[in-house]
Design a protein. Structure first.
Length: 256
């Protein structure tokens, strides 16, 4: 299962039924769980943990030092969950000591060719990053998020659960859950109705979210006033509470 030309440091921990292709390099302090397939010409740098049943395609670079001027060589990590697909030429950098020390990819992420995940980013589960999507440092992505090709996301931005970011977007402020955003600079274009239905949201669950969206983003109200109206006029379902909580915790401001 391990090609004779692969270079694997004796300190690396390789699980059962792991496949490592020709000319790949696995450095010290790497952990690869069972059933993962590493293609040819992949580099997995030190302080990287890869979960079970992942597929990493040729020329990916996982766990390289962060592209951060203040990084001083401290021990920081990349942690990748189970069942992820990481396509050709993807780069995922380690965290920094000043940014939390870890770059973390959740379970079942699908990261397409040439995408980049910078230091101290964290993604939830079932995130899709299309070709050449780029995350700058310190970004937090929720679960079930899709990020279109050639999209760039600014440092410290958060993207909420079930959001859909259109291709070639420039995202400079937080994107709330459940919405579609697109453009340079990104603007909201309504709820991600198709995606939400695919994930099993009923019309009954979506109705309060639609009403909350209209009040917050369509009525031209000040944000605090809009939130108070949502609290007063709409059932406080888990989805509505998630939307309000995300907005109230925003540090960069939200995309309108």
């Amino acid at each position: 299962m391990i090609h004779e030309t692969a270079i694997i440091d004796p300190d690396a921990q390789i699980g059962q039924n792991v496949s490592i292709g020709p000319y790949s390099i696995i450095k010290a302090s790497v952990i690869i769980d069972s059933g993962t397939v590493i293609g040819p010409h992949v580099v997995v740098d030190s302080f990287t943990s890869i979960g079970s049943d992942c597929r990493i395609f040729q020329y990916a670079s996982i766990g390289a030092e962060p592209q951060a001027l203040n990084f001083k060589g401290e021990e920081t990590w990349v942690k990748i969950g189970r069942g992820c697909v990481i396509r050709e030429f993807v780069t995922i950098n380690r965290g920094t000591g000043f940014g939390g020390g870890i770059t973390e990819i959740g379970d079942e992420n699908f990261i397409m060719a040439y995408a980049h995940v910078a230091h101290d980013c964290r993604t939830g589960n079932r995130v899709v990053m299309a070709n050449a999507a780029t995350l700058a440092g310190h970004i937090t992505i929720g679960s079930n998020v899709t990020i279109g090709g050639l999209t760039a996301v600014h440092q410290f931005v958060r993207i909420g659960d079930y959001a859909y970011i259109g291709g070639k977007a420039a995202v400079v402020k937080d994107i709330v859950p459940f919405v579609i955003a697109a453009g340079d600079r990104a603007k909201l274009h309504g709820l991600n109705k198709v995606g939400l239905k695919r994930f099993g949201f009923s019309e009954e669950a979506l109705s309060p979210v639609k009403k909350a969206y209209r009040i917050i983003f369509r009525f031209g109200l000040a944000l605090n006033e809009a939130i108070e109206r949502v609290k007063a006029e709409i059932d406080q379902t888990p989805e509505v509470l998630s939307l309000i909580g995300f907005i109230k915790s925003s540090q960069r401001g939200i995309t309108r």
